[in-house]
Design a protein around this ligand. Structure first.
Ligand code: HEC
Length: 503
């Protein structure tokens, strides 16, 4: 190339760089991190990594300091700068190994008047018993000090919820799990399977619906999401057993029916219980289950398609679900799924005042579904962008997500995979392998465990009674002929007669 031409080009290059440098730099910081784009009707979104190398972030809170406050299961409370990902660990809780761990947290939005942070965690105490502990900390000099115990009670091995939320400035709601003791959820003297309500000091307020009781609402299985909207509506998300995950709209004194009612009231036993106990149906229920977790309300206009929606993260469903509410907030008008199976399990989210959404992966938790990526667990930002770096992803509707085909393999994916895993390998010490299993080879035993479930061990196998005869036929014969199993097939009539004999 002629030297003059190249000098000329160089000059243009320098000039354009100087001219555009400010704008260029600002965009680059943001754009270089965009990993995926999402296209809504008229809004383009970008997904970028804000922080990585976390271990099961359970709670994400947008703090009054404009940082993201996070609990990690291992007991850390960390503040994370959403702009550059800088992390500051401000508390290390004295917890042991799973199933202990830090879970729900709320940071009082008015730190000047109430410099408080509330945390729920599980810990084995010196008596050898595992407790659910709710403590209040004071935020001072960038650490959390002066723990005050508000409430503690015995924890189960699983189903410990949980979420916390402020109701106004001076009330706290605590959504608990049933601790795998179903009966407790209808027992008002037990803290299990409840929404508990207290004041900022942990006392029972005079205006609680049941006098001298923490209970605000009851009859829940395992809630992992709760939000109070600016209008004061309370929504929760809840894990069902083998069927019927739910989102509920909470009213004081409400009975949400578990364990007698799962999902909608749709059989005679449930109808009878509902009539007697004046129970409340969920806004929506999901079978196959999706393992709904963090729940937040999107009030911003930044992403207009999502204004007045509930945003719900999913563990088993591995993505973000957007539930658009109607004007009354009592009905869901539209349901869409985003980022399905792209980042693995998603445990929680928070929304910034600017209307950006932050979600956290949970790929290092006790029930992994994919092998964690090198950078897991991550916090990702979903925010409006001007241009796409990739062919944008679009929403899936509920119908598209639910696979209607009835083959054994698909039934396995829908109903068995979350526990028994790929190739029927199981999870050591928790879920038995279905490869080379005596129970799989034994027709009677296999039918029995599928129809009755089993809680002989520490972890329970739910009953799959609700499957139709054809579906049972497909799943039984799939399991008996997969994962290296070479058992003969059961006929449809064998299944029907086994069922009839048990009726
Ligand atoms: C929520 C987790 C979970 C789901 C979902 C689940 N199982 Fe299980 N399964 C278990 C647990 C836990 C056990 C052990 C139960 C026990 O020993 O009491 C088990 C045991 C079994 C056994 C006996 C294995 C042995 O060798 O002892 C079979 C067979 C089985 N499950 C099949 C299935 C099939 C088929 C499905 C899907 C239709 C399914 N399971 C769904 C948790 C689950």
């Amino acid at each position: 190339m002629d030297i003059r031409v190249s000098l000329f080009l160089l000059r243009i290059l320098i000039a354009s760089f100087l001219l555009g440098s400010c704008q260029f730099k600002a965009q680059q910081i943001f754009n270089q991190e965009i990993e995926e784009n999402i296209k809504l009707e008229s809004t383009l979104l970008g997904v970028s990594v804000v922080a990585d190398s976390l271990s099961v972030p359970w709670e994400l809170v947008w703090g009054p300091d404009d940082w993201i406050w996070v609990t990690e299961e291992r007991g850390y409370v960390t503040r994370i700068n959403p702009v550059n990902g800088e992390k500051k660990v401000i508390l290390r809780l004295p917890i042991g190994k799973r199933p202990e761990g830090a879970q729900a947290m709320i940071v009082h939005p008015d730190q000047k008047q109430y410099p408080y942070v509330y945390i729920h965690y599980k810990r084995v105490k010196s008596d050898g018993i595992r407790y659910n502990i709710l403590e209040r900390y004071t935020y001072q000099n960038d650490t959390l000090v002066h723990p005050k115990l508000l409430l503690e009670y015995v924890a189960g091995r699983g189903h410990t919820g949980s979420r916390l939320a402020f109701q106004g400035k001076e009330r706290i709601l605590w959504a608990t799990g049933d601790q795998a003791i179903k009966e407790d959820t209808q027992d008002l003297s037990s803290a299990n399977g409840k929404i508990l309500r207290m004041d900022l000091e942990g006392n029972i307020p005079d205006d609680n619906p049941f006098p001298r009781s923490y209970v605000y609402a009851f009859g829940f299985r395992n809630m992992q999401g709760m939000v109070v909207t600016p209008q004061g509506a309370i929504y929760t998300s809840e894990h069902g057993d083998a069927t019927d995950d739910e989102v509920n709209l909470i009213v004081p004194k409400g009975n949400y029916g578990y364990p007698s009612i799962e999902g909608m009231v749709d059989n005679d036993i449930e109808r009878e219980f509902a009539l007697k106990n004046n129970t409340i149906e969920p806004l929506v229920a999901w079978t196959p289950t999706i393992a709904p977790a963090g729940l937040d309300y999107y009030s911003s206009e930044k992403i207009p398609e999502w204004t007045n929606s509930l945003l719900l993260t999913m563990l088993k469903g591995q993505g973000l679900r957007v539930l658009t509410l109607d004007k009354t907030g009592k009905r869901i008008e539209r349901e869409e799924v985003f980022l399905e199976k792209l980042y693995g399990r998603i445990r929680d989210l928070c929304i910034s005042p600017a209307g950006d959404i932050y979600i956290a992966t949970s790929n290092h938790d006790w029930n992994p579904m994919t092998s964690p990526s090198e950078r897991d667990d991550r916090i990702l930002r979903i925010a409006r962008v001007n241009s796409a770096v990739k062919t944008p992803l679009t929403a899936k509707s509920r119908a598209e997500e639910t696979i209607s085909e009835n083959s054994g393999e698909i039934i396995y994916q829908k109903f068995c995979f979350s526990c028994h895993k790929a190739k029927g390998a199981g999870l050591e010490g928790i879920y038995p392998a279905l490869a080379d299993s005596k129970v799989v080879r034994d027709k009677e035993k296999l039918l029995h465990i599928l129809l009755e479930g089993s809680s002989a061990g520490d972890y329970a196998m739910p009953s799959f009674k609700f499957l139709k005869d054809e579906e049972l036929f497909e799943i039984i014969n799939y399991v008996r002929t997969s994962f290296g199993n070479k058992a003969d097939s059961l006929s449809n009539s064998e299944i029907v007669s086994y069922r009839n004999q048990k009726r």
